[in-house]
Design a protein around this ligand. Structure first.
Ligand code: ZN
Length: 262
């Protein structure tokens, strides 16, 4: 409500000033006097980039799919078609100040950064949804390991999804998704990616409706978690439009052909 904006903004400022007496405002990059400096805010304002071609685990998935699809059609050597099965959009490289920002948010107790990161991911969500002609897709966070959740006291990717959903760009779909233990994945294929199992009625309902979903995570490295999540969601019947992450461990070189456009 508009009438609340003034007082609540003043209250926030009073709280911020009070906190500043105990712990001075500090941007994750080290700049004092601000929670997020102009330079770091610009990193979040970056246009989303396609990064899946730099994720090894996602390339494996593409190659395996190509071989399966060739049955009955013209035989093409596996691996020739690099069209991405799973588009992944990131704001930048997981390095320097963007890395400091993500770490401060994830592990450093600077949870307020989530409220700046969430709107920064909205353009990526909108881009993936628009490419599939979907309005307000379901947003699914990758599951945090239980140990990480206990250490942090909260599930930061679930919080991020709630904050993105609050902008109206999508709908939070918080599923009971559990990474399986190491003993569950003894085969070579399982070892290459994390196996994730979905439980509960919510995922069965979403699967029955063939719900279009976007996976949300903080950082993509090899893409093994995204792949595990993609497989679990697809198996349940949902349609994965892509994934949105804050940062990627590696960015594709400039000018890389990215296959189907999103
Ligand atoms: Zn900064």
């Amino acid at each position: 409500m508009a009438q609340d904006e003034g007082p609540s903004a003043r209250l926030r400022e009073v709280i911020a000033q009070t906190c500043a007496l105990v712990a001075p405002r500090l941007c994750p990059c080290g700049e004092e006097g601000t929670w997020l400096c102009r330079h770091c805010a610009m990193l979040l304002d970056a246009a989303p980039r396609r990064v899946e071609s730099s994720c090894d685990a996602l390339q494996m998935l593409t190659a395996a799919r190509v071989r399966q699809e060739d049955h009955g059609g013209p035989t093409l050597p596996a691996g020739v078609d690099h069209a991405p099965l799973l588009p992944v959009l990131a704001l930048g490289e997981y390095a320097g100040n963007l890395q400091h920002l993500v770490l401060a948010w994830k592990n450093g107790g600077m949870l307020h950064l989530g409220s700046r990161i969430a709107p920064a991911l909205v353009p990526a969500v909108t881009q993936l949804a628009a490419a599939a002609d979907v309005v307000a897709p379901a947003l699914v966070p990758v599951p945090s390991r239980r140990s990480a959740r206990l250490r942090r006291g909260e599930d930061h990717t679930a919080e991020l999804v709630r904050a993105i959903a609050a902008t109206g760009a999508g709908r939070a779909l918080l599923l009971d998704a559990r990474p399986t233990t190491a003993q569950d994945g003894q085969g070579a294929r399982q070892r290459r990616h994390r196996l994730i199992r979905l439980h509960g009625r919510r995922s069965r309902t979403a699967g029955r409706r063939a719900e279009p979903v976007i996976i949300v995570d903080d950082v993509v490295t090899t893409g093994s978690t995204l792949r595990g999540m993609h497989d679990a969601l697809t198996e349940a019947g949902m349609v994965v439009l892509g994934a949105v992450v804050v940062a990627a461990a590696r960015l594709p070189p400039p000018g890389t052909a990215l296959g189907t456009g999103v």
